[in-house]
Design a protein around this ligand. Structure first.
Ligand code: ADP
Length: 614
């Protein structure tokens, strides 16, 4: 095997393959600084802010006043009168999710009551995403949540992240340039800056090559070759460990982006100076294999041809084609000491179908399914800086204020007291096929027909999908019941979960899914398709045999009829059984989907594979 660009020579013969409380906010902590107006003026704004010519709208606006009266009098019992809550309107110059919020720092939250583990481990996460500074989906949440949970249990954890140009440096504490070193790419050594900083209490190492990699306005989709950039990043992390003589117990890699690291580690850096680390790979989604040409792998200094076998990294889909290609994810599975996926059901699904099934079956003894958790300090309706009113299972009133706040801010008709109750369904998602796009668009129609309300917050990486949803937005966004918001907003997502009666996750497949767990944390009852992690976390209300676990509405088919039926059941429940609905909201608010339990399972995996001195 040829090893290119090694900063020193192998010390032994290379092995060819490794086998082995609404709490309404107190005014000093949380005052919306944008405007302070009197309540009287607020009500005037309510009736003026709907500029629709339709009489209906005016009636709804008047109803809003009545409704608001009710909420405010309830609020005064829980100290709303101390607050300068400014009700938003769609005509606000600055939308309500972009106003000034109190600083959001949960660095010190959650340490209480967590027992320290007796045998601390040093773990380094090498990842393409980290919440909230470089988050696109669940991967970012998982890295931050798991890292914080392990830190709280007394372990040493660092996160290694590309220093994307789009990262807002203001969110990083103590950002310091540590060093500049060279890391190999395609025949030359690229000067690379290493920064250290702290994000939510987690030490982060930022890797900034001085070439064009990771430049652009978003985490993914920059105008550079992503595969080559992440291979460079994977090697740059190992190179930095070597330069700084750092040997953690575990290098934890995630997804295809960093799945090349185990190859580089076992076939290169093990022969240089790194001996102690063992590698754990978490696969959050098998959709992307990290398809790679041999020449691309050559660019990080490995010999691509060595990996072009079925046992190693050959992409099974391309066998017999010319040229055959490699899959970084497959290579990562083969070369890691342990492989984890993000729910027990997804583990079974991936062993039964898909291009990686054969590889996963071959490596079954080191393949585990660990359900993700959510970070209950980041996602906490009792303290959330973005919410107009806080709440928890004991004081739930704040949730109604959040709903009304969002309805007002987006110009949705508020619930009228003496007409049918209007459930608010929220869907916060990447708009990609996996998420059940046809079911989401069908839900818009059906919810409108049922006189409910729906808000979709999502981004579409595919322009065609984007324009389809843009068309739907134009059709619905002026009306009283549907809002389609194509953008990414962490702040708005918090407010929507808090406002929602129902959180919709109709995925075709879903490795774990965080949205249903976050929704529950904010008292939104989940309505999901039974697949992957959704099947492990949501149990149907009408399943009499499991009433103690029942916490939502579940459907199985991928057809519109199955979804409609579940929506019908949920809407009837909401409208006809208000007390039971309230109990369900309390039940989901009290559910524990925190990381602590899941982190314990990861720590067991780390302990099983770590290098132990005898
Ligand atoms: P995936 O990882 O497949 O995107 P998950 O349900 O595991 O799906 O995680 C999605 C995460 O991304 C959740 O935290 C969700 O709230 C968040 N999210 C998705 N789309 C948006 C958006 N447009 N704005 C804000 N947050 C979003």
């Amino acid at each position: 095997m040829i090893i290119r660009g090694c900063s020193s020579q192998p010390t032994s013969a290379p092995r060819s393959c490794f086998s082995t409380s609404f709490l309404l906010p107190t005014s000093n902590r949380h005052s919306f600084k944008k405007r302070v107006t009197t309540f009287k003026h607020e009500l005037d704004v309510v009736s003026c802010s709907f500029n629709s010519p339709s009489t209906n709208f005016r009636i709804q606006a008047l109803e809003a006043k009545k409704q608001l009266d009710g909420v405010i009098s309830e609020g005064s019992r829980t100290n709303l009168q101390n607050d300068h809550l400014t009700w938003p309107s769609p005509s606000d110059k600055v939308p309500f999710w972009k106003t000034e919020f109190p600083s959001w720092d949960i660095s010190d939250s959650g340490h209480v009551d967590i027992q320290k583990d007796s045998d601390p481990i040093h773990v380094i996460h090498v990842t393409a995403e980290m919440a909230p500074i470089a988050k696109v989906g669940g991967l970012g949440d998982v890295v931050t949540g798991l890292a914080r949970a392990c830190l709280m249990r007394g372990h040493t954890v660092d996160v290694y992240l590309p220093f994307y140009e789009c990262i807002n440096k203001q969110h990083i504490k103590e950002l310091t340039l540590i060093s500049t070193y060279g890391s190999y790419h395609d025949g030359s050594w690229i000067p690379t800056n290493i920064y250290r900083g702290v994000v939510f209490g987690i030490p982060v190492v930022f890797i900034e090559p001085t070439n064009h990699f990771f430049k652009g306005q978003s985490v993914y989709g920059g105008s550079y070759d992503e595969l080559e950039a992440y291979l460079f990043f994977s090697r740059a992390c190992l190179e930095w460990l070597q330069v700084s003589a750092t040997q953690p117990d575990i290098i934890h890699v995630h997804e295809w982006q960093t799945a090349g690291l185990p190859l580089l580690y076992w076939d290169m850096y093990q022969y240089l100076s790194l001996q102690k680390p063992r590698i754990v790979l978490t696969i959050h989604n098998m959709e992307h294999y990290g398809e790679c040409r041999q020449e691309q792998l050559n660019k990080c200094g490995l010999d691509g041809s060595v990996y072009a076998t079925e046992e190693k990294a050959m992409d099974d889909r391309t066998i017999g084609h010319n040229p055959e290609r490699l899959s970084l994810l497959k290579g990562g599975i083969v070369y890691s000491n342990a492989v984890v996926t993000v729910s027990p059901t997804y583990l079974k699904e991936t062993l039964n179908s898909g291009w990686l099934a054969a590889t996963l079956i071959r490596h079954r003894d080191k393949y585990f399914g660990i359900l993700n958790g959510i970070d209950t300090a980041i996602w906490n309706p009792a303290t959330d800086a973005f919410l107009p009113a806080k709440f928890d299972a004991n004081q739930i009133e704040g949730k109604r204020i959040c709903k009304l706040f969002v309805q007002r801010g987006l110009g949705l008709a508020p619930e009228a007291q003496d007409s049918a109750k209007v459930p608010l369904v929220v869907c916060i998602t990447r708009l990609v096929a996996q998420k059940g796009l046809h079911l989401i668009t069908n839900a818009i129609r059906h919810i409108e027909a049922l006189n409910g309300q729906m808000i979709i917050l999502g981004t579409a990486p595919d322009a065609r999908v984007g324009s389809e949803f843009e068309g739907l937005a134009q059709l619905h966004n002026e009306g009283p019941s549907i809002r389609i918001l194509q953008m990414y907003s962490e702040e708005l997502s918090h407010m929507l979960y808090a406002a929602a009666d129902i959180v919709l996750v109709p995925s075709i497949y879903e490795p774990c899914g965080l949205s249903q767990m976050i929704g529950m944390r904010y008292g939104a009852v989940p309505l999901v398709r039974k697949t992957g992690g959704l099947a492990d976390t949501v149990f149907d209300m009408d399943d009499q045999s499991h009433s103690e676990t029942a916490n939502g509405f579940v459907f199985e088919g991928i057809d519109e009829g199955s979804l409609n039926c579940a929506l019908d059941r949920a809407f009837s429940f909401y409208r006809e059984k208000p007390n039971e609905w309230r109990d369900t909201v309390k039940k989901v608010l009290l559910m524990d989907n925190s990381w602590n339990n899941a982190a314990g399972k990861y720590i067991d995996v780390y302990n099983n594979v770590r290098f132990k001195h005898h």
